[in-house]
Ligand binder design. Sequence first.
Ligand code: NDP
Length: 319
Amino acid sequence: NKQVIFKDYFTGFPKESDMYLTTSTIKLKVPEGSNGVLLKNLYLSCDPVMRILMQRVVPKGFSNYTPDFKAGDLVWGSARWEEYSLITATEGLRKITHSDVPLSYYTGLLGMPGMTAYAGFHEVCSPKKGEYVFVSAASGAVGQLVGQFAKLLGCYVVGSAGSKEKVDLLKNKFGFDDAFNYKEEHDLDAALKRYFPEGIDIYFENVGGETLDAVLLNMRVHGRIALCGMISQYNLDQPEGVKNLMCLIYKRIHMTGFTVRDYYHLYPKFLDTVLPYIKEGKIAYVEDIAEGLESGPAALVGLFSGRNIGKQVVPLNGY
Ligand code: NDP
């Protein structure tokens, strides 16, 4: 059983050398009388949240319900980075009931990032047709979907991303109204004033730091900010201060942090909404494939330099 092992907690940016590849010869067997399952892993997911779990002190609130499984069931959820995983606590696994789509979608569009985009936008942002929406890390797993959910509702959507190729994807593939490369903007406040002369109603926050500060200056009265993630802060020993929080007061802005784990009760509704979108071609979805377990560490580290274009997936076991 080939495995990627995480060596030890660290500070700063993740490196490939924080992980190593090994082969375990331990025979995996579900203990008799337990509800455990033996998984053959088909696709692994690289998610920024994995960085947070790689630090010694994991913020409170990070740690997951139990269908009956039978041999041959397809599932998605939390497992280790290995070819086969013995799972004794199956609360983090969900049965896949629709397999007429690529199974890799359950690491993204139809899995955790998709639910994050759906719940974060529809439940946290209270969006209305015609509103002005800004999404950061917009070409990634979550961002590409937030922008498209917002377009499907009839919002005006602008995204930021870190390369020309990603900006082109946002405008030409995902249907954003506009997009810009934040790395080429020396003054983010000025950039946002250019893209949102009338201000921003909804900001879907994926990056934090100076982007959040600039957004605060450009929010409209009664705007909403969904704090989904702050990837620019995950590798810093000291998170950057946000200077413009006063804007929350005089613009009466709702800024709400959320984690997807509080919204899984909406998963059936989410599937009922999104599966038809996929079948009718109303949602575009881009994945970045890194073949095989050996590619996992570099793919994970790549999230923090923006190497991934779309959802980063690692197919295993010949998939
Ligand atoms: P992505 O697929 O978007 O990959 C990460 C992207 O972040 C990179 O491609 C890069 O894109 C961008 N990035 C990396 N470093 C920086 C930086 N310093 N400043 C600005 N952008 C940076 O990841 P996901 O879509 O999976 O996750 C997006 C966000 O959502 C993350 O913050 C994640 O932690 C959060 N999240 C939160 C959840 C929740 O329950 N609240 C659940 C799932 C995700 P670029 O080239 O554009 O810079």
